[in-house]
Design a protein around this ligand. Structure first.
Ligand code: BG6
Length: 483
């Protein structure tokens, strides 16, 4: 292009967070426990045994945090509501103190002209629903979720325009039911597919209810998307990358946007005896729900080859890149265990990409590819609801955090997003992950993403002071110039 398309003046430059990762106050003001409050206290499940009891204490310091957002010039702030603050036992009485907290937060954001973007579910179902019904494995939970959604749509629908239903359904189902690295701590893919189907139904119900109650608002899911690449031009590798695309992406996106499961995956799951049961009424419900936009969380994609694992050569074995802490790929690190579906594709290292300290590929061009592929296929406006770099930031004596690597990362990704927009992708906004540092589910406070440093670590809460990093000032200037 001779020049790139300019970002529209109302483009939503934002940053994101999730309740469990920032709020703390885990049992205050009648909040009930969520499955994360329980799981994070099981020995050996999180880094240094960190949990979200205090997190970064946003519950008590939200005014200070919002003031910093306004200083930065944010146009939007994405956060999630903790279901167990609103309905402590999941499906009983509504807790006025819980409603009040988010009322206050939303009003504080609006006072500074920052649009709230509200996620309904960022992985923290009330523990009581897990105990009573088995959580997402039971259809009983759909009614409970609707009740919670109705309460918050009615309470905040007059002030909140953008809503996200489920955050990264692909990630929390795999982590929770395939690898037991998240709650509910299960390793059973049949149960995973069953729970996933019930979540799809809950997603559809929430979208339909929202359209009735908040006709002017916009709602959609946020999906953890990674483009798939073949390792070579060998048609068998191309087929493997297509298979991975269907299993890792389209299995969710087709349901969200078209209301149907992709036939290829469904046929294989039936063949393996692990397919979910879909009734005629389910199929009708899935078809009826139409999201207004698609939220995309982008960190990286994956590279695939035909599966030669039955008799791997030494070269193949060395090239394998299993990654258990990487939720975006089907295959776990440190384990040669075959997932039942993976004869269809085999994840390998991409020789052209560098990686973060946690082994996540850094692939800005993949972001452009992702946005184009998703938009071409589904033709829905895209809201980037997460993108960012996890790193071990250092606080120096002068209270400075020089995170130039994060600026480079964000700059490169935003440039590719602008190219995708110039290519024709309809974009609503971009929320970097994250605003302040926060609790990384499995990596504690070692892995930081924020524009604002939080002075605490896994072993000590210190004073939880908020200290803007170099990237804070970079994003501030970027937003001001809208370029
Ligand atoms: C996304 C989640 O998967 O990635 C966030 O929506 C999460 O909640 C983020 O924190 C980064 O993951 P991690 O494991 O590096 O903290």
């Amino acid at each position: 292009y001779k020049s790139l398309k300019k970002f529209p003046h109302d483009f939503l430059w934002g940053a994101a967070s999730a309740a469990y990762q920032i709020e703390g106050a885990w049992n205050e003001d009648n909040k009930g426990p969520s499955i994360w409050d329980t799981f994070s206290k099981l020995p050996g499940k999180t880094f240094h045994g960190t949990n979200g009891d205090v997190a970064v204490d946003h519950y008590h310091r939200y005014k200070e945090d919002v003031r910093l957002m306004s200083e930065m010039g944010l146009k939007a702030y994405r956060f999630s509501i903790a279901w167990s603050r609103i309905i402590p036992d999941g499906d009983g009485e509504i807790n006025p103190a819980g409603l009040k907290f988010y009322d206050d937060l939303i009003n504080e954001l609006l006072k500074y002209g920052i649009q709230p973007v509200v996620t309904l579910y960022h992985w923290d179902i009330p523990q009581a629903l897990q105990d009573k019904y088995g959580g997402w494995e039971s259809r009983e939970v759909i009614g409970a979720f609707k009740k919670y959604c109705e309460a918050v749509f009615k309470q905040y629908g007059d002030r909140v325009n953008y809503w996200v239903t489920f955050n990264e359904q692909n990630v929390f189902t795999a982590m929770g039911y395939r690898w037991a690295s998240h709650p509910p701590n299960v390793t059973d893919v049949k149960r995973m597919y069953a729970a996933n189907h019930i979540i799809n139904l809950a997603n559809a119900e929430a979208i339909n209810l929202f359209h009735q109650l908040v006709p002017k608002g916009k709602i959609g899911p946020s999906f953890g998307y990674g483009p798939t690449y073949p390792i070579t031009a060998n048609p068998d590798d191309i087929l493997a990358a297509d298979n991975a695309d269907d299993f890792n992406n389209n299995w969710w996106l087709d349901v969200y946007c078209r209301g149907t499961y992709p036939a290829l995956v469904m046929n294989h799951l039936k063949d393996l005896g692990i397919a979910p049961e879909v009734t005629a009424a389910d199929a009708k419900l899935l078809k009826s729900a139409k999201p207004d936009f698609l939220g995309i969380n982008y960190y990286h994609g994956g590279t695939f080859q035909q599966n030669k694992l039955e008799h791997p050569s030494k070269e193949d074995a060395d090239a394998k890149d299993f990654s258990s802490t990487d939720p975006y790929l089907m295959q776990p690190k440190d384990s040669q265990a075959q997932e039942p579906e993976t004869p269809m594709f085999n994840n390998v290292q991409n020789p052209y990409l560098t990686k973060t300290d946690w082994g996540w590929e850094i692939d800005p061009v993949g972001f452009r590819i992702a946005l184009r592929r998703v938009y071409e296929k589904y033709q829905l406006p895209i809201f980037v609801t997460e993108n960012g770099l996890g790193a071990q930031d250092q606080l120096t004596d002068g209270k400075v955090i020089n995170d130039q690597y994060r600026i480079d990362y964000l700059q490169a990704h935003i440039t590719e997003m602008q190219r995708a927009m110039t290519d024709g992708v309809d974009m609503i906004g971009y929320c970097a992950w994250s605003f302040t540092d926060l609790l990384s589910w499995l990596n504690g406070y070692k892995k930081r993403y924020g524009f604002v440093y939080i002075d605490r670590d896994d072993d000590s809460q210190r004073d939880l002071a908020r200290i803007p990093k170099k990237s804070f000032y970079w994003y501030q200037d970027f937003i001001k110039r809208n370029s």
